[in-house]
Design a protein around this ligand. Structure first.
Ligand code: SAH
Length: 465
């Protein structure tokens, strides 16, 4: 097979990035936007010894799993969604399979065991308009008009689109308001190549329960002229609670600047997950799909099996979301988080909810936990520090292996593992299984419909406890 060759192939499988996989005499073709079950015509773009990347040219016979028309006309070009053209039920199966295969292949778990303990994936009833946060890059089109939209997959060219189907309706109105204001007052959009121009991004956050709205303009400058006019216009939108600026003058892919200044209203919005309320500022991390997050944390609570007597550690706790969710059913909760600002948010959130039995530590979980254990032993005449339940919710790279050993040493009865990457999850489970722990329950939760991402929650129990 060579570059520019045309092939017709049946799509039999899907890769972890959602691409369709077809085979010709054992030679694998990876084809973006091809759906499992399609027969497609594709052009070879990059050929290697055993596989090639090909470009979808024509769908010869559409798969039964292909939707008639994707909800978003930009579904293919935009980098946000990867599998929107595949019907939602099949997306869920894809994610479940991904978790199952990782547990078997990387985790070394027997196939039968995995089938036995895996519970059905938790999908969404309405898998659109689920995101409570959107960050739109602002740019200028070839006619000099201000545009807002999305980056095309893997690039930084902006595809104008203010109507993302994953986001809330009000996004469009807010962007229109900002764009009109910029056009009217001659305020420039940022240009990445030249590192000039003012407005880089518009961050919008929406409280699903409270209906409060936050808008934060990220600017390449100290201030925005006529900012009071913009603020007044935005304030006219029902629910507007916070209008802020974030200064980011760096030549960087990082969206937000480090500081926030207030233009109108207050610097944060409030929202609820279950019966816990959270103050969310422009820089805080907050789960983007509140409907599914509530289900996920509900499962975390169920898996933790708290009676009110337990000491619980919530490692990688962010702004303390899970910690606070569990605190009312536990004796004491300790949260550990590496980002100082998140720890500040976590403490504020504990206070706002009147929750007194939580304590947050700033630092690396793999350092804070053993250090706490050492100090405890010193203070308690050599008695070992014991944890009943440990919750971990690490970033994609998973847990530090030393941390897993510390958890084992602390004699945790149960570990509840919340994971955003099934491969590192499977790797870490293998470590715990080698240390006398058993994987009892596994459930995938679809936090990000139409993307290839999948969240998984796992209950790991100490044998004979
Ligand atoms: N449990 C939270 C946040 C999960 S995201 C929630 O559900 O909202 C993972 C978090 O781990 C991030 O907040 C990140 O800053 C933090 N983190 C990354 N590496 C860490 C480490 N080594 N020790 C502690 N926290 C870490």
């Amino acid at each position: 097979m060579r570059k520019n060759d045309m092939v017709t192939v049946m799509i039999e499988d899907m890769g972890s990035n959602g691409e369709g996989i077809g085979k010709i005499d054992g030679y694998a073709l990876f084809i973006k936007d091809a759906v499992i079950g399609d027969v497609v015509e594709a052009k070879i773009m990059k050929a290697k010894k055993n596989y090639a990347y090909a470009k979808l040219v024509k769908i010869v016979t559409p798969s039964a799993y292909r939707v008639d028309k994707p909800a978003c006309p930009m579904a293919r070009s935009c980098g946000g969604c990867q599998i929107q053209e595949m019907e939602y039920g099949r997306q869920l199966k894809f994610k479940e399979d991904k978790v199952r295969e990782n547990l078997i292949r990387i985790g070394g778990m027997p196939k039968e065991t995995v089938s036995e303990i895996m519970e059905p994936i938790v999908g969404m009833e309405e898998p659109f308009a689920y995101r409570n946060k959107a960050q739109f890059p602002i740019g200028t089109d070839k006619d000099g008009k201000i545009v807002a939209g999305f980056y095309a997959g893997r690039t930084h060219s902006i595809i104008p689109n203010t109507r993302c189907v994953l986001g809330v309706d009000v996004n469009e109105r807010i962007l229109r308001c900002v764009i009109d204001f910029m056009e009217e007052y001659g305020i420039s959009a940022y240009c990445e190549e030249e590192h000039c121009g003012l407005v880089r991004h518009v961050l919008i956050r929406y409280g699903f329960r409270t209906k409060e709205i936050m808008v934060c303009l990220v600017i390449n400058g100290a201030e925005i002229s006529h900012g009071d006019v913009l603020a007044k216009r935005l304030a006219g939108i029902e629910g507007m609670t916070s209008v802020t600026l974030s200064v980011n003058r760096e030549r960087t892919n990082v969206i937000m600047g480090k500081e926030i200044s207030l233009l109108w209203g207050q610097t944060y919005i409030t929202d609820w997950i279950g019966d816990v309320k959270y103050q969310i500022s422009p820089l805080s991390f907050f789960q983007v799909n509140p409907v599914q997050t509530e289900k996920l944390y509900g499962l975390a609570l169920e898996y933790a099996q708290l009676t009110g007597e337990e000491t619980v550690w919530d490692l990688y706790c962010g702004i303390g979301t899970i910690s606070l969710f569990l605190a009312r059913r536990a004796k004491q909760v300790y949260g550990v988080e590496i980002v100082p600002e998140a720890v500040v948010d976590a403490r504020v959130n504990a206070k706002v909810n009147g929750i007194g039995n939580v304590e947050f530590f700033e630092g690396k979980a793999e350092e804070v936990l053993p250090e706490f254990g050492r100090r405890f032993e010193e203070e308690h005449g050599g008695r070992k520090c014991h944890a009943d339940v440990v919750v971990v919710d690490p970033p994609r790279k998973g847990c530090d292996e030393g941390l897993l050993r510390t958890i084992v040493e602390m004699g945790a009865k149960r570990v509840v593992y919340v994971s955003c990457d099934p491969a590192t999850l499977a790797r870490d489970l293998k470590v715990l299984r080698g240390e006398g722990y058993e994987v009892e329950r596994v459930r995938a939760v679809d936090q990000f419909p139409h993307t290839v991402h999948v969240e998984t929650i796992v209950l790991i129990q100490k044998k004979n406890s």
